[in-house]
Design a protein around this ligand. Structure first.
Ligand code: GTP
Ligand code: SPV
Ligand code: MN
Length: 589
């Protein structure tokens, strides 16, 4: 498929090490992919679902110990520890290469190695970057075929260029003790071993499009962010674009595909999806910030996805989709997960593979689907996919929104005073951990810009890069920055804000602020809405007031935690961040 010397000599080096029986180039053709699907079904790696109800859909179950990203086994191997910074695991590149080479040695013996050329971003776009993933997993090939642009067209685009990201994945024996997800940013190299799950192995996603790309962005003057991109169309037909960074399993896919409340729909408001997880951002010739979604599909959280909460995501999964670790309804060979409806199938296979009575099983408090079970759906399936989805120049961004899961502290929405304050608001983000990563769930941790697990270099330098990007933009044209929290809870632990489609009300306040229309009140933490439109919404005014209030005592406690958090960066922390922290504390006192 290529005469590219760099590609061929790298491939030889990797095959000499992993010794596969066969090497198969993925050309991207439907014929080849269909043959791989058939092979995966024959070996039991995948299950073909009901083709009348779910045409082109398949099911896959991963090992029980391999159901989420593994942050404690994820490394950034820069030449010095300081370059990776205190929030990343680090090992010297030579040491890590030596360690991993021993693990990869002969790991594909008796197996086939697939060579997947892929493009993050539309092939040939000035935003786009090319990677090649070597893997011994058909599941990975089929997921990459949905999540990225793959095949011969990508190789043709690369031509003789030696500049591509070198990705190696070996499933080996999915031994969690020898599982490693390793980025070598300087070498544009990713090595993943002993996993077969999502972000650990679809190397175009978090490993490349965030960890490697954030490093490249810092070097080259652009940004790679854990952000959705949506277009909000008003009744006049004008579309404004918003990026939002929320940590994993905190609502990006849902917000990106939001359906407005009835009264706004009637007026003519619409939401168009450009991306649901990752944004690559560049300053355009006009001084505005432009974004593309480097992916081509959605690797979305299944539980909680229903016709009511996220109609568009559910619709996107009705064909050509791969389901991972959800439950199977054995009566009609379709899928089920918690929150799909209130009717768990009686004759079910739960995500680990045991046949159970789903009604009794769930009534006893068990989950049929894993909380981090996912669907891999082509973006083109989404009824609200933006017509700008393939635009190689990206879309201009009016607002950047940060947010997390905070039971207390953070109000429903507030606005940063300017870019620098906005960077501080992003840098002080915190959120409760979710099932998207292995480990405890529900623990509040600081997660700057939702990039804690994904920054490919020192987080203090990353803050510096954000500040520099702001300085390069005309302040009038730079996106305005906001913070939201859909997850505030009352004393009984109930969500105080209805969320989902109703979040549109908050987006409208945000866009109105961008146009200087909506009113705000100044507060110690930033600008709070004077009011949020609650037409047709059954919400107690006292609850809304609470949602839009700032508890100074709780915030001062948070400031102490922020100080501790920032201390780990020492002198590397930009002065602007220290100044903003001092300002916040003074405001609160
Ligand atoms: P990743 O794919 O891991 O990056 O997750 P994500 O940020 O795209 O999160 P997603 O939209 O998949 O939502 C995760 C979970 O949060 C799902 O179970 C949703 O049902 C739930 N969720 C999303 N939006 C809201 C909201 O506004 N309110 C409440 N209460 N829950 C929400
Ligand atoms: C996330 O965890 O933020 C995801 C899923 O989007 S994964 O691809 O596994 O990283
Ligand atoms: Mn994500």
């Amino acid at each position: 498929m290529t005469n590219n010397k760099t590609v061929l000599s790298w491939l030889k080096e990797m095959t000499d090490m992993t010794t596969p029986d066969k090497v198969v180039w993925i050309d991207g053709s439907e014929v080849q992919l269909e043959a791989l699907r058939a092979e995966a079904v024959a070996t039991g790696e995948m299950i073909k679902l009901n083709q009348d109800l779910l045409p082109g859909c398949y099911y896959h179950r991963t090992a029980e110990n391999d159901v989420a990203r593994v942050e404690d086994r994820t490394f950034i191997c820069t030449p010095t520890k300081e370059e990776a910074g205190p929030t990343n695991n680090w090992m010297a590149p030579d040491e890590m290469y030596a360690k991993l080479k021993a693990l990869y040695q002969g790991s594909m013996k008796g197996r086939t190695m697939y060579v997947i050329p892929y493009s993050m971003g539309p092939v040939g776009s000035p935003f786009s970057k090319i990677g090649i993933e070597l893997t011994d997993s058909i599941y990975v090939v089929l997921n990459m075929a949905i999540m990225t642009r793959i095949g011969q067209a990508v190789m043709d685009q690369l031509g003789d260029d030696p500049d591509f990201v070198k990705c190696l994945h070996a499933k080996k024996d999915v031994n969690p003790d020898d599982r490693y997800i390793v980025q070598f940013p300087q070498d544009k190299t990713i090595w993943s071993i002993n996993s077969a799950y999502g972000g650990n192995v679809l190397l175009g996603k978090k490993c490349f499009a965030l960890r490697i790309a954030s490093y490249l962005g810092m070097k080259e003057g652009w940004m790679a962010e854990h952000m959705l991109i949506l277009g909000l169309e008003n009744p006049q037909g004008e579309v404004k674009y918003i990026c939002a960074a929320f940590p994993s399993a905190c609502g990006k896919t849902n917000l990106a595909m939001l359906i407005p409340p009835e009264y706004l729909k009637k007026k003519g408001y619409k939401v168009w999806t450009v991306g649901d997880d990752i944004a690559w951002l560049r300053i355009g010739p006009d001084g505005r910030l432009y974004a593309i979604n480097p992916e081509a599909g959605f690797f979305g959280v299944a539980p909680g996805t229903s016709e009511k909460t996220n109609y568009n995501a559910l619709a996107a999964t009705k064909k050509n989709t791969i389901f991972t670790n959800v439950a199977i309804n054995n009566d009609n060979n379709t899928v089920w997960w918690e929150g799909l409806d209130k009717n768990p199938p009686e004759n079910a296979t739960e995500w680990k593979g045991t046949v159970v009575n789903g009604k009794e099983y769930t009534a006893a408090g068990n989950k049929l689907a894993h909380p981090n079970s996912r669907f891999t759906a082509p973006a083109v399936n989404c009824p609200c996919i933006s017509k700008e989805f393939e635009n190689p120049q990206g879309v201009p961004i009016s607002a950047i929104v940060f947010g997390g899961r905070r039971a207390k502290t953070a109000p429903l929405v507030y606005q940063a005073r300017d870019w620098e304050h906005g960077v501080f608001v992003g840098a002080t983000m915190a959120s409760e951990t979710t099932a998207a990563a292995a480990g405890a769930v529900g623990v509040v941790r600081r997660d700057p810009m939702a990039m804690k697990p994904f920054a490919g270099y020192n987080m203090a330098d990353y803050f510096g890069h954000w500040l520099e990007m702001g300085a390069k933009m005309d302040p009038e044209k730079a996106p305005k920055i906001f913070h939201v929290n859909w997850f505030r809870q009352d004393e009984e632990g109930n969500f105080m804000w209805p969320g989902f489609g109703e979040n549109m009300r908050v987006l409208l306040w945000i866009l109105d602020r961008c146009e200087g229309k909506a009113e705000a009140v100044d507060s110690p933490i930033g600008y709070l809405p004077k009011s949020i439109d609650t037409t047709d919404l059954d919400i107690d005014p006292a609850v809304l007031k609470e949602l839009l209030s700032v508890d100074k005592k709780v915030w001062l406690e948070d400031v102490e935690n922020q100080k501790e958090y920032f201390a780990q960066f020492g002198d590397r922390l930009p002065k602007a961040i220290k100044d903003q922290l001092a300002k916040l504390e003074a405001n609160l006192k």
